[in-house]
Write a protein that binds this ligand. Structure first.
Ligand code: SF4
Ligand code: SF4
Length: 49
């Protein structure tokens, strides 16, 4: 299982991560890390649990 985390201090709310995520960020994360790559603020980390 993968858990994506957004650092709210870095996030500017651009919505790019939601656009790119195949499953809408935070729901049934696949661990693809597309959101990590697209985020210019480097606000997202994905952790495997
Ligand atoms: S791509 Fe990064 S900065 Fe943009 S909304 Fe997502 S977490 Fe926030
Ligand atoms: S790692 Fe992939 S599936 Fe998980 S939240 Fe990011 S874009 Fe979505």
């Amino acid at each position: 299982m993968f858990i994506p985390t957004v650092d709210t201090d870095k996030c500017i709310g651009c919505g790019e991560c939601v656009e790119v995520c195949p499953v809408e960020v935070f729901e049934l994360c696949l661990g693809c890390e597309s959101c990590v790559e697209v985020c210019e603020q480097e606000a997202i980390t994905v952790e495997e649990t």
